[in-house]
Design a protein around this ligand. Sequence first.
Ligand code: PRP
Ligand code: URA
Length: 211
Amino acid sequence: MQYKNAFVFEHPLIQHKISLLRDKNTGTKEFRELVEEVSMLMVYEFTRELPLEEIEIETPLAKTVTKVLSDKPIALVPILRAGLGMVAGIQNLLPKTRVGHIGLYRDHETHQPVEYYSKMPQDIASSVAIILDPMFATGGSAVAAVDYLKNLGCADIRLVCIIASKYAIDKMSEEHPDVPVFCAAVDAEMNEDMYIVPGLGDAGDRIFGTK
Ligand code: PRP
Ligand code: URA
């Protein structure tokens, strides 16, 4: 299935690790490591359009002009709690990124996101902002995070999640068509509690061992 606003990873290594994440018998330590690994593997694609600049260097044989990432700041914005589990894997490959935290939880009855915390890098408005959250279910939390970042002046925002629902991808396309979504799997359904089915359960609880 093709989406105009979403890139779905089909790499066998990622699909293999998603199956391990979905398995209810995967314990907390392995689950946390898998979230880190999948997040690291996704970096290659969501950084594809980052700007480069030319520099001059000397190899052991000659001077040459070569390319490096530009100085444009990149901010990782994990949605607390579960997004935190994605930060370390991404920072293995992008060590200079800063981290802006946004605390949102879903109200158990209304399923609407409730903001309880935020702390962003000072240069967030001029940064490439990469929102991280393993689960993109109704899309309410991620859309609220995009609203928040746009209010701060961010113009280059991307969402990286592990499992998305079709519903959430469509919602982001309607509310923020300029925000690309990168996800490792798309599931068709949600249950009456607005959990993704088959999904992987409660990502925050499985990462932090709280259930
Ligand atoms: C989960 C998940 C997302 C949100 C997704 O967080 O990590 O933030 O729900 O749902 P949505 O797309 O319908 O908004 P939760 O509210 O369970 O908080 P937690 O990470 O602190 O457990
Ligand atoms: N939050 C989760 O952790 N999992 C879901 O399936 C939906 C919301």
